[in-house]
Design a protein around this ligand. Structure first.
Ligand code: PBG
Ligand code: ZN
Length: 324
């Protein structure tokens, strides 16, 4: 390769036309998945304290929101439910008339052209806030995956387009795949939260989804923040078990992991820019310490550059407006 002064990289940074021509990574609306929180009741639109611009919504409000998303060109949503009643075994999660099941039916009835992804876990539905059924303080893996499979089937029956297990139990993708197939949903894809870290960045989400564990933490099933080889194993097992798409979560602080996973498997890969990543950018923006819009775009471009095909982000509406 030639070097300076023959080579001058600044030549192609000279003006915006040239820069636009040689740009390697482009963010589009097709990359976006917007997370939404559903609560019981009607006409509820309650802003999450630690997530400005993000709301808990009742189903009637949610349906109108989805229509707006279609107008904005956002192709997909992921739904999280907050039930009116929680119990030890999280029965609201797999109730055919649970909050998510009702929400999916309503959206499917009234909104055309939006991909509905449902998050499958137990922690929003259990009285103790853990991601599965307990024996004392231990989460029982094999009992939990049976319930997750039931939950997934009820989501598919309600009309969900994609099932996204976020629980991090071992063997859950296989259990869900089998249950979906046995119930005639062999064409419904699974987007697995394959590489999900036990992260402090989920703090604001737990306000939004009311899912803070009553005791302990999630370190017995979510990944250790220090590990990256293990991420490859997690992804590999999920793909073997039938995951059609995989996810890395959080996104921004784990771009190295995202890059490795995408390089290694090359299958459609999502990254979740989680609540804490959103809250930090919003907060610093509000204080005037950073240019919020600029950092929002930069954070999303970085995630895509690292290998994400899709990004779950609370900024979806803001960035879609910008891309218009
Ligand atoms: C539920 C779930 C969580 C998130 C997505 N699904 C929380 C958790 O594991 O505690 C976090 C998303 C976010 O922080 O935006 N298992
Ligand atoms: Zn959970």
């Amino acid at each position: 390769m030639s070097s300076f002064p023959t080579k001058r990289l600044r030549r192609l940074r000279y003006n915006s036309i040239v820069r636009d021509m040689i740009r390697e990574t482009v963010l589009t609306k097709n990359d976006l998945i917007y997370p939404l929180f559903v609560v019981p009741g009607t006409k509820v639109k309650h802003e999450v304290r630690s997530m400005p611009g993000v709301y808990q919504m009742s189903i009637d409000v949610l349906v109108e929101e989805c229509k707006e998303l279609v107008q904005l060109g956002i192709p997909a949503i992921i739904l999280f439910g907050i039930p009116d009643h929680k119990d030890e075994v999280g029965s609201g999660a797999y109730d055919p008339n649970g909050i998510i099941q009702q929400a999916v039916r309503a959206i499917k009835k009234e909104v055309k052209n939006i991909l509905v992804i449902t998050d499958v876990c137990m922690c929003e539905y259990t009285s103790h806030g853990h991601c599965g059924v307990l024996d004392g303080e231990r989460i029982l893996n094999d009992q939990t995956i049976k319930l997750l499979a039931k939950e997934a089937v009820t989501h598919a029956q309600a009309g969900a387009d994609v099932i996204a297990p976020s629980d991090m139990m071992d063997g859950r993708v296989a259990a869900i795949r089998k249950a979906l197939d046995e119930n005639g949903f062999e064409e419904i894809p699974i987007l697995s939260y394959s590489v999900k870290y036990a992260s402090g960045y989920y703090g604001p989400f737990r306000d939004a989804a009311d899912s803070t564990p009553a005791f302990g933490d999630r370190r017995s099933h979510q990944m250790d923040i220090a590990n990256s080889n293990e991420a490859i194993l997690e992804a590999e097992l999920d793909i073997e078990e039938g995951a059609d798409m995989i996810m890395v979560k959080p996104a921004g602080p784990y771009l190295d992991v995202l890059y490795r996973v995408k390089e290694k498997f090359g299958i459609p890969t999502a990254a979740y820019q989680v609540s804490g990543e959103y809250a930090m950018i919003k907060a610093a923006g509000k204080l005037g310490w950073i240019d919020e819009q600029r950092v929002m775009v930069e954070s999303l471009i970085a995630i895509k550059r690292a290998g994400a095909d899709m990004i779950l982000t609370y900024f979806a509406k803001d960035v879609a407006r910008l891309l218009k």
